[in-house]
Design a binder for this molecule. Structure first.
Ligand SMILES: *[C@@H]1O[C@H](CO)[C@@H](O)[C@H](O)[C@H]1NC(C)=O
Ligand SMILES: *[C@@H]1O[C@H](CO)[C@@H](O)[C@H](O)[C@H]1NC(C)=O
Ligand SMILES: *[C@@H]1O[C@H](CO)[C@@H](O)[C@H](O)[C@H]1NC(C)=O
Ligand SMILES: *[C@@H]1O[C@H](CO)[C@@H](O)[C@H](O)[C@H]1NC(C)=O
Ligand SMILES: *[C@@H]1O[C@H](CO)[C@@H](O)[C@H](O)[C@H]1NC(C)=O
Ligand SMILES: *[C@@H]1O[C@H](CO)[C@@H](O)[C@H](O)[C@H]1NC(C)=O
Length: 441
């Protein structure tokens, strides 16, 4: 048993480096947010730009309070006016007498308008409060859009220089943006598709997410059980923080405090707001069946539009999920081991705050014909689980639920006993020699 579990442990260690420092996520290798600027017209002192943000992340949303973007102007540009978004500050416009620009900062910060913004400030695809849904759940990359009129004050030269130092907060840290690069001008077909116009000039900026920059604690953990083992393997202690840390205890509550407006997580050993439980329910001849339960430990948070990403080799042959939508990520053509699961609209697309309704369940049915199914060595447990794009803390593989001991295991058990005996004897010999040396001195 020990040998196989060590092998599994090594395998899992090898695959847990799913993220590297640059933010490359092996489950969504091309994930990025692309910001595209189309120069649509020249004006007396500048240009009109259409700016679009595309969420090319398969399972990562930009959640409320939404995106904010910024950059540094290369010259002394100002934003005369905008539709569909707004600068968070006006900046120092004291040198303007007649018309006052919308923004005069060297490094402006822009945010989306809220839904229901006045009609005369709206444009298409705007005004979502900065929220961009994940690609899989939206069906197509979600887009945020705004337009602005840029003036190049205090200069008469009209050549456009690209803004630099793009930043994207979505919300909070985590995204890094590359520099803008000039690309093929965007082409706009007319409604009847008989004519195509094009932008004067287009540049793209690509931003990628890295959890190392976000520097967050995990926000979810995984617990495991199986019909053949009465033990439940709970989430690792301190998965998302430590309850019993005398120097800086995590804040948590035993029950919902009515008068508190603080974010409150229910006290537990793992201290995570979200727990995912994977239970192996049944093993039929041609199928096997799993129950997945997502439990909310957060007293002040309803997770709307949640998603779950699970990696397991049997997902290339899944029969069905009973109450979640799902889509295979089919990443590398041949390897098809990861799915995104999410709620069904108006049924379970909102995970309610901690309490009697604060959980959601589904059952997954897997075929056995293509996958090398086995209940041994933790094969039937997931390799990686993500909730809303965050990797969840898994229990160590050596404590996974195990099959009752049977004869065939005896061989491995005896080998591990022999190895243990050898190790112990070496230690004893070493200690004896050492003690002997000491006493001789
Ligand atoms: C951004 O994502 C899109 C869609 O997956 C992809 O085509 C494009 O190559 C990505 N860009 C970069 C710079 O990775
Ligand atoms: C861009 O950011 C870098 C690093 O933060 C800084 O050194 C540089 O001066 C900035 N460039 C401009 C034009 O602000
Ligand atoms: C620039 O971004 C747009 C929108 O994502 C994309 O359609 C286009 O292919 C990109 N251009 C290049 C050269 O990456
Ligand atoms: C307690 O919290 C402090 C500060 O966050 C941290 O440095 C320390 O490692 C924690 N101790 C334990 C046992 O988690
Ligand atoms: C979550 O939803 C329930 C039911 O709609 C509502 O009563 C509760 O106030 C919501 N909680 C939060 C934190 O929004
Ligand atoms: C990947 O797995 C899903 C679910 O079992 C299946 O519907 C899909 O056809 C598979 N795709 C490939 C490329 O094998």
């Amino acid at each position: 048993m020990a040998f196989q579990q060590v092998a599994l442990l090594l395998l899992i260690l090898a695959t847990t480096s799913l993220f590297d420092a640059e933010g490359y996520d092996s489950l969504d290798p091309d994930a990025n947010i692309t910001i595209k600027w189309d120069i649509m017209a020249w004006t007396a002192d500048g240009y009109v730009a259409y700016v679009a943000l595309y969420n090319y992340q398969r399972y990562r949303h930009i959640r409320a309070p939404g995106w904010s973007i910024g950059w540094t102007w290369p010259k002394k540009e100002v934003i005369w006016s905008m539709l569909g978004a707004e600068a968070t500050e006006r900046g120092d416009c004291s040198s303007f007498k007649d018309a006052i620009p919308h923004n005069c900062e060297q490094t402006p910060t822009l945010v989306d308008l809220m839904p229901g913004a006045p009609y005369n400030q709206q444009v298409r695809s705007c005004c979502k409060g900065g929220v961009l849904r994940s690609w899989v759940q939206n069906g197509a990359p979600d887009v945020g859009f705004f337009t602005m009129t840029v003036g190049q004050s205090e200069t008469t030269d009209t050549d456009v220089r690209l803004p630099t130092n793009f930043t994207l907060k979505a919300p909070g840290l985590g995204y890094t943006c590359g520099s803008a690069s000039i690309v093929e001008p965007t082409k706009f077909p007319t409604a009847d598709k008989r004519r195509v116009t094009q932008a004067f000039m287009t540049w793209n900026v690509t931003c990628t997410f890295s959890p190392f920059i976000a520097r967050k604690m995990p926000t979810c953990c995984v617990s495991l059980s199986a019909f053949y083992d009465s033990n439940i393997v709970s989430c690792p202690t301190c998965s998302c923080g430590c309850r019993s840390n005398t120097s800086s205890p995590q804040i948590c509550a035993e029950r919902d405090a009515v008068n508190s407006f603080e974010p409150l997580v229910r006290c537990s050993d793992h201290m995570c707001p979200i727990r995912i439980h994977w239970h192996i329910m049944m093993n039929y001849k041609e199928y096997w069946r799993v129950k997945v339960t997502i439990t909310n430990f957060h007293y002040r948070m309803n997770y709307s539009d949640w998603n779950l990403v699970i990696q397991h080799p049997n997902f290339d042959d899944m029969a069905r999920s009973f109450s979640f939508n799902y889509k295979s990520l089919s990443l590398y053509g041949t390897i098809n081991d990861t799915v995104v699961l999410w709620g069904i609209n108006f049924f379970n697309d909102i995970l309610m705050q901690s309490g009697p309704d604060g959980y959601i369940q589904t059952e997954l049915l897997f075929y056995k014909d293509r996958a090398p199914f086995t209940l041994e060595d933790g094969w039937a447990f997931p390799r990686a689980v993500l909730f809303d794009g965050d990797y969840c803390q898994m229990p160590p593989p050596d404590i996974y639920p195990s099959l009752p001991k049977i004869e065939s295991k005896l061989y491995y058990t005896s080998i591990s006993v022999i190895v243990a005996a050898i190790v112990i004897s070496v230690v004893i010999i070493f200690v004896t020699v050492y003690v002997h040396k000491l006493t001789v001195k």
